[in-house]
Design a protein around this ligand. Structure first.
Ligand code: CMP
Length: 137
């Protein structure tokens, strides 16, 4: 069964919509295989988003991701990576399809409510970044 990583970002955690976002996943055939709320350190955020280190938005992205707690999950199901991305909607909430998580809960391209792995290969690496094998059930 395919797995992918989901992060509910500080904006959505602060709004109190963790449960509403989890409901989108569970109502659409994605199982929560692991979950934890945590405060990322600067080093955590810089390492997690290292692929974007050269992008102009990198510093803002890191600052935002450490601005409050996040809720990190492993989602599991058939085609979990692509299904999660469909449910999230476009990175920029202004371009996200109505009914997607970002259209409904995100405010801006930085405060965009959720992160989801963008390939099955990246998902495996991102899951390992946050969870040990015995935390994934
Ligand atoms: P995420 O899926 O977490 O991956 C990287 C994040 O960088 C992205 O969501 C956005 O929140 C943020 N970001 C800010 N500006 C941009 C941009 N121009 N293109 C892509 N991502 C951006």
């Amino acid at each position: 069964m395919e797995q992918t990583l989901s992060i509910i970002k500080p904006d959505a955690v602060a709004k109190g919509v963790i449960g509403k976002i989890i409901d989108r996943f569970e109502s659409n055939g994605l199982r929560i295989a692991a979950a934890k709320k945590m405060q990322l350190s600067r080093a955590d955020a810089e390492a997690f988003y290292a692929v974007h280190a050269a992008r102009p938005f990198f510093n803002d992205l890191v600052e935002f991701m450490i601005s409050g707690p996040v809720f990190v999950m492993v989602l599991e199901g058939k085609g979990a990576m692509a299904k999660n991305r469909d449910l999230m909607g476009a990175t920029n909430p202004q371009e996200a399809e109505p009914g997607t998580i970002r259209a409904d809960f995100a405010d801006s391209i930085d405060a965009n409510a959720v992160h989801g792995s963008d390939s099955v290969e990246n998902a495996a690496n991102e899951i390992k970044f946050f969870f040990s094998g015995r935390e994934i059930l």
